[in-house]
Design a protein around this ligand. Structure first.
Ligand code: FDA
Length: 308
């Protein structure tokens, strides 16, 4: 992995760097680009705006690596409030929710995380929508897949996320291509050692295409999460080759990234879902977005320089 990218991802855990980033001019503008806002109503408004453009949403209440039970409970309450508001405002057909198990208490106790995720799944079903479990760093892969399998006994529509950067992913995919299985395929936003992840970006892309082929050949509902123009072109060709009709798969992109491409795909009749994070705990999410793109990292370097 590129050393600057590794440095930025490592900085997610540093309090000193956190304060520097928050104090750097421009941090508000950058955050506004990637994050819909801090409140539930900001998130609902973002869904309304996207819906007006023919786009769908998946909403992520920010806050990961929760280490207290009370904090995990606040996460659950935030999702319940959000689902309630989406339903009340007639928007639950346009938006589902993305949940990080570390925010529902995975680091504290797996059973707590399952019970909390369960309550969110139950509320989502009542509102006529679905839940996708985000995939976090490689330490959480095994537990996340275990929890996913457990939740799917009751809520078969719970979506999985697989990261093509991880060497294990093609193996994990095997159990996730059946009818009704919803799988978001992404490259992976977290740093991982070479034995666990591909080092070369080209290998990550090749693995992405291999996984996409298997998802398209299967009976499930693939959700292709990428902004990569080359991959989007390859996916279009593979979708045609497998004879997949529009509506049997979807594209997913992040809030604030390539919005013109989001609208172009929707204009061509594709289902496009935008990942919309909201909430006060936006710092870790912002750093992952900065790490993905050299043009964004200038901001991070300015923040570091201001501390030296
Ligand atoms: P790549 O990084 O090669 O970018 C291709 C092009 O897209 C760039 O050249 C640039 O034009 C544009 N671009 C990409 N990122 C940008 C950014 N931050 N700012 C500006 N332009 C940018 N990861 C994970 O580990 N677990 C998860 O659960 C998810 N969930 C998820 C949901 C959705 C809907 C998306 C789109 C992505 C994720 N990810 C994720 C993140 C994913 O793993 C990956 O880190 C990013 O999507 C960037 O990879 P790309 O495939 O876009 O390609």
């Amino acid at each position: 992995m590129n050393p600057l990218r590794s440095l930025i991802l490592a900085a997610a855990g540093s309090d000193v760097i956190r304060r520097a980033v928050l104090a750097t001019p421009g941090s508000k503008g950058l955050t506004e680009r990637f994050v819909a806002g801090e409140s539930c109503s900001d998130a609902v408004e973002a869904v309304r705006r996207l819906a007006a453009d023919g786009l769908h949403a998946t909403l992520d209440y920010l806050g990961e690596d929760v280490l207290e039970k009370a904090q995990a409970e606040r996460t659950v309450q935030a999702y319940l409030r959000l689902l309630d508001q989406l339903h009340a405002q007639g928007l639950s057909g346009r938006a589902e929710v993305s949940v990080k198990l570390s925010a529902t208490g995975l680091a504290l106790d797996e059973k707590l995380a399952v019970d909390n995720a369960w309550r969110i799944c139950a509320a989502a079903e009542q509102c006529g929508t679905t839940v996708t479990l985000d995939m976090e760093d490689h330490h959480a892969t095994e537990a996340t897949l275990r929890v996913l399998a457990e939740l799917r006994h009751t809520w078969p529509s719970v979506g999985a996320v697989l990261q093509s950067a991880l060497r294990r992913t093609e193996h994990d995919l095997a159990g996730l291509t059946g009818a009704g299985s919803r799988v978001r395929l992404c490259k992976g936003a977290y740093a991982a050692p070479a034995g666990i992840a591909f080092e070369d970006r080209h290998d990550v892309d090749l693995a992405y295409v291999r996984c996409a082929n298997r998802l398209l050949a299967g009976e499930g509902y693939p959700m292709f999460a990428t902004h990569d123009p080359r991959l989007i072109a390859v996916l279009g060709e593979r979708i045609r080759w497998y004879g997949r009709a529009a509506g049997t798969y979807e594209y997913q992109l992040l809030h604030g990234v390539r919005p013109e491409e989001q609208r172009r795909l929707a204009g061509e009749g594709e289902t496009v879902r935008v990942y919309v994070p909201y909430g006060e705990q936006w710092y870790g999410y912002l750093l992952r977005r900065l790490a993905e793109r050299p043009a964004n990292t200038a901001f991070f370097l300015r923040a570091l320089a201001s501390r030296s």
